[in-house]
Design a protein around this ligand. Structure first.
Ligand code: AMP
Length: 210
């Protein structure tokens, strides 16, 4: 099963992608995670994309497409994958079409107000990568990671100016993909507003999974 997860930042794509990938035993490919790993390693790619990501802009198509083209060749993608956060532009979607066909593009919808609330409350453990939310998944001790005890941080791109920029970039560059996949008969819509359990059930239902 080859899937694309679309939707604005904060709509829950990442959470659902991780969960479904585990459930179906397929690969989870998050371009945001791949870029953050490159930044943490201070690789050439990481140094090139750091400032772009912190501002909430999109990494150029050429770099992003190359990264995904390499990643989907890996052995763990043979049985299927979920692309989480890719494609984000029509150029990326056209490039992907040339690389591989997909079974569906799932679009997670959420209001702008709720997106801002979700993104601005997100907290990240810089040591182990675990994520929390001040309202929906607070750590047991405020601002400390439950798993490793490190101090939690706000991702630079979850700060309010970057959030506004990411939402406007989404509307201009990524929203047109809804029409792109709808015209190809691949689009499935899922409401991202309910609790994660309910969103996951709706996701499985729309994909006709047991
Ligand atoms: P995410 O974790 O998916 O919200 O991605 C974090 C950031 O990584 C985005 O705001 C972009 O700067 C960059 N990024 C992730 N995926 C893409 C993509 N498909 N195209 C361009 N930039 C991306």
């Amino acid at each position: 099963m080859k899937l694309i997860f679309l939707g604005p930042p904060g709509a829950g794509k990442g959470t659902m992608a991780k969960r479904l990938a585990k459930d179906r035993k397929i690969a989870h490919i998050s371009t945001g995670d791949l870029f953050r790993e490159a930044i943490a390693r201070e690789s050439e790619l990481g140094l090139e994309v750091k400032a772009i990501i912190e501002r909430g802009d999109l990494v150029p198509d050429s770099l992003t497409i190359q990264l995904v083209a390499e990643r989907i060749k890996a052995g763990d993608c043979a049985g299927g994958f979920i692309l989480d956060g890719f494609p984000r532009t029509i150029g990326q979607a056209e490039a992907l079409e040339k690389l591989v066909g997909v079974d569906a593009a799932v679009n997670f919808g959420l209001s702008d107000e709720e997106l801002v609330r979700r993104l601005s409350g997100r907290r990240l453990c810089p040591a182990c990568g675990r994520t929390f939310h001040v309202d929906f998944m607070p750590p047991q001790v405020p601002d400390l990671c439950d798993s490793c005890g490190a101090g939690l941080i706000v991702r630079k791109d979850d700060q309010i100016d970057s959030i506004r920029n990411r939402l406007s970039v989404y509307q201009k560059q990524t929203e047109p993909l809804i029409g792109f996949y709808s015209r190809r008969g691949l689009l499935k819509n899922v409401d991202g507003a309910p609790a994660p359990e309910a969103v996951f059930s709706a996701l499985k239902k729309t994909l006709a999974l047991p």
